[in-house]
Ligand binder design. Structure first.
Ligand code: XIL
Length: 309
């Protein structure tokens, strides 16, 4: 049925509907099929790994742009907006950064942000500037960046990003922050203090790696509203729903649909993005967490999204 593709239904609701693209999918035997479905179903795409520091800048002064360039070019052909993931993170860092002098790290961080944003600012309007700065207890993680700059690294990173890409939407992205608990409290405290300090942060990315028995939707709605009250946009950035012991595809479909409802019901929610689309390629592939199966057939979750959109 023309017009019933998820991307068209989402567009008519002004929603960015995305997936994370497997690095180098176009080189795989099933690459053409993967590309066709991705282009048909999604109007938004992020890079699962292709913009991470270890891949992009493995050695000092050496940048390998090809993977990211290819993905961005393909997105253009498919009329998909691109979401850049991720500039400042504690992991998937090259050895030379992890071993660098503490006194040099701010310079390295600023330089990386500037190189990447200068290259892609025209093609990539939305960026995860800082990823996963919080620990489970809501305090800041003692990362490579924290070690060198303390908590200030977050403000420094956002200010550098605004300078290098003045028109871009800048996000703080994290997991296990959508439902109530110490980490969600930590997120609210962090975003409040960034806003008070005038840090140029535009929104929050909620990863939402969930399980099929997840049912804390009221808590998620409340967290979303707290972000909206702080004048922040909401992006669902890495949704996947793992089917663990005894859970079913029907339960999985409910979670996909409920999260979509939360986004549609919250005016500040701009995007609903899934961390892949086929169970063939997922970082949690043993739990079949996505909306197409390994043979690229739609699952109940697909039909649920289609209906809800
Ligand atoms: C994951 C990728 O999916 C894997 O392919 C890679 O090996 C490790 O990273 N939070 C994030 C993502 O922000 O970048 C992670 O992606 C999943 C958790």
């Amino acid at each position: 049925r023309p017009g019933s593709r998820l991307r068209d239904l989402a567009a008519s609701r002004d929603l960015l509907f995305g997936y994370a693209a497997l690095q180098g999918f176009y080189e795989r035997p099933d690459g053409a099929l993967y590309a066709d479905i991705a282009a048909e179903e999604f109007n938004f795409v992020t890079t699962e790994n292709s913009l991470k520091w270890d891949l992009l800048n493995p050695l000092p002064g050496k940048y390998r742009w090809a993977q990211a360039d290819n993905l961005i070019q393909l997105a253009k052909v498919s009329r998909q907006a691109v979401h850049g993931h991720t500039l400042v993170w504690y992991t998937q860092l090259p050895g030379w950064i992890k071993r660098s002098e503490l006194a040099d790290r701010e310079t390295h961080m600023r330089e990386f942000i500037d190189r990447v944003l200068t290259r892609y600012a025209d093609d990539v309007p939305i960026w995860d500037v800082v990823n996963e700065a919080l620990e489970a207890d809501g305090t800041l993680r003692h990362s490579t960046w924290y070690e060198a700059m303390g908590g200030d690294f977050i403000d420094i990173a956002f200010r550098q990003a605004r300078l290098s890409a003045p028109d871009a939407t800048l996000l703080y992205n994290d997991y296990d922050v959508s439902f109530a608990g110490p980490k969600s409290d930590g997120l609210i405290a962090l975003m409040t203090s960034l806003k008070d300090a005038g840090t140029p942060v535009d929104g929050v990315g909620f990863q939402m790696h969930l399980d099929a028995d997840f049912d804390r939707f009221d808590e998620v709605a409340a967290t979303f509203q707290k972000m909206a009250d702080l004048d922040l946009d909401i992006y669902i950035t890495e949704l996947d729903v793992s089917i663990r012991n005894g859970m079913t595809e029907a339960q999985q479909a409910v979670v996909y649909e409920e999260v979509l409802s939360l986004c549609l019901e919250q005016a500040r929610c701009k995007a609903y993005q899934i961390w892949g689309f086929t169970d063939m390629y997922s970082w949690r592939d043993e739990f079949n967490p996505l909306i197409f199966d390994r043979r690229y057939q739609t699952k109940p979750a697909y039909a649920a999204l289609q209906r809800r959109l």
